[in-house]
Design a protein around this ligand. Structure first.
Ligand code: FMN
Length: 366
């Protein structure tokens, strides 16, 4: 058995519909809604819905996902026996410094999503203890606990705090929010894997490690697997899929961009102009460079920049791109994205392409 398949037995046990290597769509706030998540899971990946900054409409989102699964049988969600919750083959992601566990819990009891994704606790990973404990209780351990981290020390802390099922290792080149200081997955994934092996006595189980950040094609997936990841999380690549909830202008800016290391930047200004406050110390966001950032760099006041941002909203799709002002979060892998492809085809083509690179002619059975 090839190392990739051997590594993935546990993943397969927890997400039995998923094929190897596991391709995951990230819970992108306001963008990753049921259509995207269901399309990804249906293609043998795992799709996450973003509950994002709050959990107000979670019940509706999960109901919508359930309906989508039921359209075009045969892959309906597993209806449970009496008293045991259903099981929904998607995950739900929370930005934990702002989301409400109490609001979310009833939906977990009712729908039992396959995974919950926790990101950016307000003070430290101890803050995630109630999330992990209560969700495990509500779903009788069926919902797996995923946590996204951006450093080796955070990975150790989260293991000690809640013993998660999955650690998503987020490289500095990821689109959207991450730690402002960090490294790419090239060093983070192996160093975190080494560190987890060293932890003695290791908590009950060893978390699976997935890689996120700038992975846009099958070469990135194969590379991450070679680094020791057990699957890959992609955000920016899925922005160029019809199932993403983004403006046409945003999607066009993604397709037009190249050379992401130069044309994107990590900054806090894209939150400030949108009046998003409260990200914990040490976080910022990566997006395409546009006039908001350049004017900020040139010394324009935050107040004036926000005013211009608000005016720009009236321009709709025209407000995106290097000459626009509207926030366009994207990772450094943006230059590899040349066309809009259905989310299901993204999952299948990346998975098959990665398997060709990793196995060549000697393909084990999927
Ligand atoms: C538009 C956008 C929105 C995002 N929103 C979230 C979010 O709400 N919660 C979260 O945990 N991560 C979020 N992320 C980060 C992703 O979890 C992931 O780390 C990132 O997309 C991986 O890098 P890539 O975009 O280069 O593939 C977002 C990323 C993007 C591009």
């Amino acid at each position: 058995m090839h190392f990739v398949d051997a590594l993935q037995n546990k993943i397969r046990a927890n997400y039995p519909w998923a094929a190897s290597p596991l391709i995951v769509s990230a819970p992108m706030a306001k963008v990753a809604m049921p259509k995207l998540a269901v399309a990804v899971s249906r293609a043998g990946g795992l799709g996450f819905i973003a509950a994002g900054y709050h959990s107000d409409h979670l019940e509706d989102l999960l109901e919508e996902a359930e309906d989508l699964f039921q359209e075009g049988l045969p892959d309906t969600p597993v209806e449970s026996e009496k008293g045991v919750p259903k099981f929904l083959r998607i995950g739900v992601g929370f930005i934990t410094w702002s989301a409400s566990l109490e609001k979310a819990l009833p939906s977990f009891s009712r729908y039992c999503p396959a995974a919950v994704w926790l990101f950016a606790p307000p003070k430290g990973f101890q803050d995630l203890i109630p999330w992990a404990t209560k969700i495990r209780e509500a779903t009788a351990l069926r919902t797996k606990i995923w946590v996204q981290v951006g450093s080796v020390s955070d990975a150790v802390e989260v293991v000690n705090a809640i013993d998660p099922d999955v650690i998503v290792v987020q490289g500095l080149d990821a689109g959207g929010h991450s730690l402002a200081r960090g490294a790419s997955i090239v060093s983070l994934v192996p160093e975190i894997n080494d560190k987890l092996r060293e932890l003695r006595p290791y908590p009950q189980k060893r978390a699976d490690v997935l890689a996120a950040g700038a992975i846009s094609d099958s070469r990135g997936v194969a590379g991450a697997m070679a680094l020791g990841a057990q699957g890959c999380v992609l955000g920016t690549r899925f922005l160029a899929s019809p199932e993403s909830m983004i403006a046409y202008g945003y999607q066009k800016a993604i397709l037009d961009a190249s050379d992401g290391g130069i044309t994107t930047v990590r900054t806090k200004i894209y939150d400030k102009v949108r009046d998003i406050h409260g990200w914990p110390e040490g976080y910022d966001g990566r997006g395409l460079i546009n006039k908001t950032f350049l004017d900020h760099l040139g010394g324009l006041s935050e107040i004036k920049n926000r005013e211009l941002y608000r005016e720009e909203l009236n321009r709709g799709d025209e407000g995106y791109g290097p000459n626009g002002r509207l926030t366009t979060y994207a990772g450094t892998g943006v230059g590899l994205i040349k066309e809009v492809i259905s989310a299901g085809d993204i999952v299948k083509s990346l998975r098959e392409g990665a398997r060709n690179i990793l196995f060549g002619q000697h393909q084990p059975k999927l």
